[in-house]
Design a protein around this ligand. Sequence first.
Ligand SMILES: *Cc1c(COP(=O)(O)O)cnc(C)c1O
Length: 455
Amino acid sequence: MSQVKYVLDEESIPKFWYNIEADLPKKTPRPVNPANGEVLPSEALEVIFSKMAVEQEFSQERYIEIPKEVRDIMRQWRPSPLYRARRLEAALKTPAHIYYKYEGVSPSGSHKSNSAMAQVFANKIQGTKYITTETGAGQWGSALSQACNIFGISCKVYMVRCSYDQKPYRKAMMEVFGGTAIASPSPFTEAGREILAKDPNCRGSLGIAISEALEDVFKNPDTKYCLGSVLNHVLLHQSVIGQEAMKQLEMAGEYPDMIVGACGGGSNFAGIAFPFLGEQLRGGRKVDILGVEPAACPSLTRGKYAYDFGDVAGKTPLFKMYTLGSRYLPPAVHAGGLRYHGMAPQISNVFEQGLMRARTVKQLDVFRDAVAFARSEGIIPAPESSHAISAVMDEARKCAETGESKVILFNLSGHGHLDLASYMAYFANQLQNYQYNEKEIAMALSMLPSQTPKE
Ligand SMILES: *Cc1c(COP(=O)(O)O)cnc(C)c1O
């Protein structure tokens, strides 16, 4: 009988982050200044982020050493376990071999802790006193609050309004760790007030929350901002996931035919997929890589590859990415972490080059499959992670028809213990199958910034 759980010792935590940029045939376009269409100098980003984050953002090095202090903190939950989903395989009567890397063992219950520790450490060594950020469902806000607590930095989190109402325990969690959670749009910033004046019951979005957090940074020189996804340095920090999974699958004597991850901004997906994609680009085995997004917010599958703002108010630089338009306000799906209008520039680049595929799944299918997974494996998945689960179950069912024993690896990016209200709403038939709104997307895309770089 094959093993169920693949565990590594603390010594096996990667000592380096893996940077896909070194292996990409076409480099990812750099961010651009919206005022003049020119490539943004690093110093401009250092107003917002830590120096270390900016250096990593533009690095072309394949391996970047993980600071000892960060690695030491991660020893609490890393290496995370890799499981063989044997009861799920049996339930689906599939010949596929399904493996999942489980990131729910971290203090925040998701992969977000991996980047939070790195980003806050980088701020600590340069003397930052205050950090602000956005959060959707609250996993990033709680990860950052805990990291700030460890390093003695004050943490303020703008939490998307609909998630703030759907997931009250996440707010409590941020407060337990000493952070402050504010519902966004809030009356405390110009960006928030402007939106509330037009729509007092606005459900909020990650793009709005980012505008509010950045406003704090531009007004207060001792404040820095941390982002939970999207940017190169955040994807870099998550590369520990795939590097560990590679070793664990080696223990199992397997190599994945297919890798699946849920895509919000793209960090957990990149974390599991990029180390394998790097192998492929260096002449190794080809892998079928699938990103899964909600039908309500289909940036890869319905978006446009264009320069756009990362936030609603247009305070960020322009990033070349698949986008639904920074003014798009996605429906209030319960996977708050996937409600972002854009996709990471590196993932957008990889997708544009045909090195991965993408598909959407609908909210009701996601919850149906999340419940089936929980009943088989005993782990209640986060609604975000369940997007990957739903797509994996579809693939496994296809294998049952064809008889193919594909090796499928997916990232179970977090647990859903603080999302149980969403499960209750599902059982009470209160959830809907939100589709994206074609008209609203067309409208948002028509408002893309006109300033594009001189290439
Ligand atoms: C934030 C989050 C996501 C989505 O963000 P990515 O950057 O795309 O990974 C997915 N799953 C969980 C559990 C999250 O907390």
